[in-house]
Design a protein around this ligand. Sequence first.
Ligand code: GAP
Length: 466
Amino acid sequence: MKKENNNNLMEKIVSFAKRKGFVYPSSEIYGGFGSCYDYGPYGVELQNIIKKMWWEYMVQFREDIIGLDSAIFMHPKIWEASGHISGFSDPLTECKNCHTRSRVDHLLEEAGIQADEKMLEEEINDIFTKNIKKLKCPDCGKNNFTEVKKFNLLVKSNLGNFADDWQKEIVYLRGETCQGIYTNYKNVLDSTRSKIPFGIAQIGKVFRNEITARQFIFRTREFEQMEMQYFVKPEEEMQEYEKLKEYRWKFFTEYLSIKEKNLKWKKHDNLVFYAKEAYDIEYNFPFGFKELEGVHARGDYDLTQHSKFSGVNLSYSDPESKKKYMPHIIESSVGIARIMLALMTEAYTEEKLDGGEERIVMKFPAKLAPIKVAVFPLLKNKPELVEKAKEVFDNLKIKFMCEFDDNGNIGKRYRRQDEIGTPFCVTIDFDTLKDNAVTVRDRDTMKQERIKISDLSEKLNKLIYV
Ligand code: GAP
């Protein structure tokens, strides 16, 4: 078995993802569209599984967390209050030779120089100037850059504004989902029995005018976030923060079965001014350890700002102590595509089989596999086998995402399913017509077992969700 931790592996995953229907470049027939991707039949299944598991873990298993789905478009003042209009920006430089724009912190990082996007403009400009000789344009390799400029990431739109000069009253596509949580915090309190501490969770699309986006689905301009904001007493913020960190670590290692050796914590050196503490969970992507999820202690900044800008007092009246205070917030925030890329990196395996044949297998844990079971009639041209196989398929598809395949020889059908990570293949053969049993083949061991049709659904359920 071979696993490479380099660019080669990334290239293989990108081409595999397209070839097998996980991820397609957006608008490809028009030459593509910068940093946007579409998710194919297996990609959308995988994303739905990630979302479902996150929702189970963050909402269903927790009596103190409830869900929300707020609009993508919001009152523009929200982005003023949140600080996004003034401060949500990345440091940008342009190559004077080929006009490629690059993120300065990324250029510095590639040259082994410590920097990050949260640094002040002057600070990063200073590091950039001191180290400029060591930097190279990623496209043409030249060393001829413009000065650093901070570039705002909010995406502008004209929703509901029919004037020619709509730029005077811009609305924004949301740059993070959590602002919709803060602005609904009072609605949730008034309409449910929630009491502090409690959390609100949301999954939804986010838009950012990212400067460079070269790492496939790792950094895109349109992506989906899963965020949970937890409202706590000010004096309990840090102890709740530690609990959330632990809970989120377990989500990846226990619930999604990601190997611990491929994950690590990274403390933010440069905190945004209101944050008490911020850590990322990093994953060992083919291009190295990079941010998978952020877990942040945000203090009372968000509700204080929205109280100020909206004129509505968002402080909390504690029903027990009778005290009034502004709740502090801790959050966890992750992009679905980053989890998907981590799971694909984790699963991608090339194997040499006895006899020299090679196979690609996506070794997803069975519960994460886009297709759980594939059903095959041994021969396509035997109606009695096809009919029986259809009957088995119709029965299983109610419980599991299944695929029916009668095309090509059985060996080829196994390979097709191995590539998309289907953990179990069920074959209906001539013996099935006599003994009502089928052959179940395991993706990883390739071992086969006869199972009675009457026991099949229950046995598969146990094997998939153990
Ligand atoms: N509310 C906090 C927040 O949005 P963030 O660090 O900007 O924090 C949180 O983003 C998470 O969203 C990241 O850890 C990452 O998983 C995901 N994310 C951020 N930018 C992304 C992008 N351009 N493409 C894909 N995922 C992204």
